[in-house]
Design a binder for this molecule. Structure first.
Ligand code: SAM
Length: 213
């Protein structure tokens, strides 16, 4: 039954809406979203929308997870920094597609829950930290890819500085209520190139290079 709902989600919400990266489609066909939602939401786990996960936070809409992941153009060998572990669903997709995922969450209870689910699923290429993710993870830098799953007022420069040359960051930037998903690339000479991808709505990134509470 869940299998069927997962297949329909991938076909109708992702393929039919323009997701073409076969590796992304395959990872999203494998990771079961119902394992990452609140028990009371299991019946709606494959719906086309974000869901509340507690502490005022959300698990993103499947299409948005796919768009952000596709934007990162992962090939399998990347060291990835994720800001905003949330439920851990996006983390699992990244762990399927890259080499290592370093994930930061500011709310420890959310990260504990996510860690428990991800450990049960036997992911051993995910590393966890609770802190303000806008300052990044200096000891583990540089990263080939950075994904920010909360809305920033501006491109976080400390995160940009933790990218490798040729590295890429996907980050929603805009107001607290509406943003543009941006792909930020660190060019050969270390400069910043920015492409706009799609409109989106995320919960705010709270921290030094984000919004104040
Ligand atoms: N990707 C997640 C998933 O698949 O469930 C959804 C993430 S949710 C939209 C955004 C998360 O970013 C929230 O859990 C929130 O607590 C977290 N967050 C906000 N500001 C943060 C910061 N400065 N550092 C780390 N996490 C932050």
């Amino acid at each position: 039954m869940i299998d069927e709902r997962l297949k329909i989600m991938v076909k109708q919400q992702l393929k039919q809406r323009g997701i073409v990266d076969e590796r992304v489609l395959s990872a999203m066909s494998k990771v079961e979203r119902h394992l990452f939602v609140n028990k009371s939401d299991i019946d709606v786990a494959y719906d086309d929308r974000p869901l509340v996960i507690g502490c005022g936070q959300t698990i993103s809409q499947p299409l948005m997870v796919a768009i952000m992941t596709e934007t990162l153009a992962l090939e399998g060998n990347e060291k990835i920094l994720e800001i905003g572990t949330g439920s851990g669903y996006q983390t699992a997709i990244l762990a399927e597609l890259g080499k290592e995922v370093y994930t930061i969450e500011r709310i420890s209870s959310l990260q504990n829950d996510a860690k428990n689910v991800l450990k049960k699923l036997n992911y051993n290429n995910i590393f966890f930290k609770v802190c303000d993710g806008t300052i990044g993870w200096d000891e583990k830098a540089p990263f080939n890819r950075i994904i920010v799953t909360a809305a920033a007022p501006e491109i976080p420069l400390r995160l940009f500085n933790q990218l490798t040359i040729g590295g890429m960051m996907a980050v929603p930037v805009g107001s607290r209520y509406s943003q543009e998903l941006k792909l930020v690339i660190k060019t050969e000479n270390g400069e910043m190139k920015v492409e706009n991808r799609s409109r989106c709505i995320f919960v705010p990134l709270i921290g030094e290079e984000g919004w104040s509470k």
